[in-house]
Design a protein. Structure first.
Length: 232
């Protein structure tokens, strides 16, 4: 996690927002960075994840300097300029209005504070043995899984347009030859089926082919992560 978070320049004592905190894995890491002299605010739309994140932070002994907010819309329940940092990982692909969400990030982070966004770009997914054409067909059919499946490539310009300064972008990609990303592919494939564009047997055949390739040690998967960082 450390290389993904390095551009956020996290330090003890900071107030940090984890937007779209999910079950709390990243919030735990952020709380370790801020320590009890700082504060981590998790925010999520999903009530189950909010409960899980609260529990994970409490179990780690971090309850006193963390708060997990259940957001009911895209507004962050914090005052203007309340945070030193805002970190957002694998969430922007789902928000209904990217520009409005970035404006909200600018509102809650103090001037000079840092917004650090980590997200993928599903148009850059590689799953061999599927080849480019079949994978593109699958991803097109699964596009209802995301609001903005190609968020990675547009985040840099969107951050600039939103008025952030010192905007930088870095891209990290790992090579998965062991099938660690199979659950991600299975999740996406479910959406291809739900869309009605792919029959179940076609999805099953694709997943069987990928599993076989993993078993043979021939599979390669990668999904680059875009890290875009700017100052409010
Ligand atoms: C793929 S998960 C990522 C969770 C976490 N950030 C991580 O990297 O492990 C996406 C999360 O974003 C949340 N989410 C989606 N849209 C949101 C929104 N508009 N506001 C807040 N949270 C949102 C979902 O409920 C989910 O917990």
């Amino acid at each position: 996690m450390a290389p993904l978070l390095a551009p956020a320049d996290l330090e003890p004592g900071q107030v940090v927002v984890d937007y779209g905190c999910g079950p709390g894995g990243l919030a735990l890491e952020l709380a370790r960075c801020t320590g009890p002299s700082g504060h981590v605010h998790g925010v999520d739309l999903n009530a189950d994840f909010v409960g899980m994140a609260r529990q994970a932070l409490a179990d780690a002994g971090f309850a006193a300097f963390t708060t997990v907010h259940h957001a009911t819309d895209d507004r962050i329940p914090l005052d203007d300029a309340q945070a030193d940092r805002l970190v957002c990982k694998n969430v922007m692909e789902y928000v209904p209005d990217v520009a409005a969400t970035l404006a909200e990030f600018r509102r809650v982070v103090r001037p000079g504070g840092i917004v650090h966004i980590i997200d993928s770009d599903w148009g850059m997914l590689v799953v061999e043995p599927l080849g480019a054409t079949r994978l593109r067909e699958l991803m097109d059919a699964a596009s209802l899984a995301f609001r903005t499946p190609h968020i990675g490539r547009i985040l840099y310009s969107e951050m600039k347009r939103a008025g952030f300064s010192d905007v930088s972008v870095a891209i990290r990609a790992g090579a998965d030859t062991e099938g660690r990303m199979l659950p991600v592919l299975q999740h996406v494939a479910q959406f291809a089926e739900v869309s009605g564009k792919f029959e179940q047997k076609r999805v099953d055949a694709i997943l069987t082919e990928v599993r076989q390739s993993i078993a043979e040690g021939a599979c390669l998967m990668t999904l680059p992560q875009f890290m875009v960082t700017g100052r409010a």
